[in-house]
Design a protein around this ligand. Sequence first.
Ligand code: DAK
Length: 256
Amino acid sequence: MSWNTVQLEWDDDVATLTVDRPDALNALNVATLEAMGEAIEAAANDGARALVLTGAGDAFIAGADIKYMQDLSAEAAQEWGELGHDVADALEAFPAPTIAAVNGYAFGGGCEMALACDLRVASESALIGNTEIDLGIIPGWGATQRLPRLVGDETARRMIFFGERLGADAAAEVGLFGEVVADDDLADAAAELADRIAAKPAFAMRTAKQALNQGYEGPQASGLEYEKRAFASLFGTHDQREGMAAFVEDRDPEFE
Ligand code: DAK
């Protein structure tokens, strides 16, 4: 499969999805969002053990395409909102961990795509924020829900109310980025994280992600119940037997 504004590349079991619309700083239009949705589905179907999301050129994703949105009716905006939500939800539900490699501007909908990933690593020159307020709108692809969970309520409110654009170090300080590296090292840093994840037992990794996600879906009590069942379901799998046998026999495990 190939798309005009999205690339999907593989390195062993690691897939990298690059939003490739550099003339518009990778702003997301309908075709790009649809292509992202298809690429994410293809990566899942082809068994990616980790997925990296990044942008071509000097931007990660400078947001939703303002030129496209400018004259939308409320009805069209509703459909547009659903499309972006579907892509963010697909990242969140992706069966393996996802890593946003934030290589530059990540504003509005770009910040929201990064928020939907499991982990975020950024280059020193990255700038991130939910800038929608200054366009007369609010975040529409998940930031009102995902941002406070990640950075806390006060910080999220400040970011959304003031449309603050945070530099990489400031964003890392509030917990928005897990790691900041030199610009030239970003691809390697993301690949290293992805490779480390891909080397872990895949079924347990998927189950861990599902259990963590479950905590956001409802009350803690139901999340704990989910964890109990998910934990038990791993017993009897090849990787559980192998991982524990390797420990007992004092050797390296060979996971599936
Ligand atoms: N949309 C469309 N084009 C964009 C763009 C964007 N978000 N960001 C940049 N571009 C285009 C510029 O128009 C310019 O195109 P040409 O003029 O060359 O044709 C090209 O990319 C290069 O941009 P600049 O010339 O501005 O480059 P600079 O380096 O000077 O500045 C910048 C870079 C990123 C600081 C600046 O471009 C900028 O501030 N861009 C806007 C960033 C922003 O506010 N992003 C948030 C967008 S709002 C919804 C759900 C979700 C959303 C909305 C609704 N519903 C539920 C309905 C999401 C909203 C957003 O994401």
